[in-house]
Ligand binder design. Sequence first.
Ligand SMILES: [Zn+2]
Length: 150
Amino acid sequence: MGLKKLSNSSLKMVNRSPYRGDDLLRFVHAGLKAKNCYGLVKTVEFLVSPYFRTKGYAYCDEARIQVIFPRGFNPAKDMRELAQVYEHEIDHIFGLEHKDMPDWWTLKPTWQEHLCIRLRKDAAKPRDEAVLERKIRTLVDELDRVRYGV
Ligand SMILES: [Zn+2]
C-alpha cells in the first residue's frame, strides 16, 4: 500500500481526558511518525476508563482511533502499554486484522520513552471527585426521601 504523506492539519485530536492536550498531541504524532502512518489516521480520541487497563478501538471506516486511559494512569509505568495499544489500533487502520498482527502486549515501542503525559492543571483530583460523589449520593438519597418517602 502506498502511503501518502498528508499535512498534519488533516489530523484531528479529541481530548476527553484529564491529561494535557500538548502532551497527547506529541504522543499522537510520535506514534504515527514511528509507524510511518501519517495521513492514514484522521481522528484520535482520548478517554478514560473506569477499569485498570488501557483499552483501544479502531473505527476503520472513519480512520478514527480511541485510546482509553486506565483509571489511575501512571505515566512512569503505563506509557509503554498506552503506546502498545495505540500502535495496535494504528495497525487496524492500516488494514490489518488480528490474524495478521502480533499480540499487542508483545509490541516493543520505544518512541514513547522520551514522552510524558501530565495531568492538566485544572483537572479534578481523584480526591475532589470522591468528595463530589459523596455529595451527589447525599442529594440522591434526599431526592428519594422526597419522592418515595423512604
Ligand atoms: Zn485489535
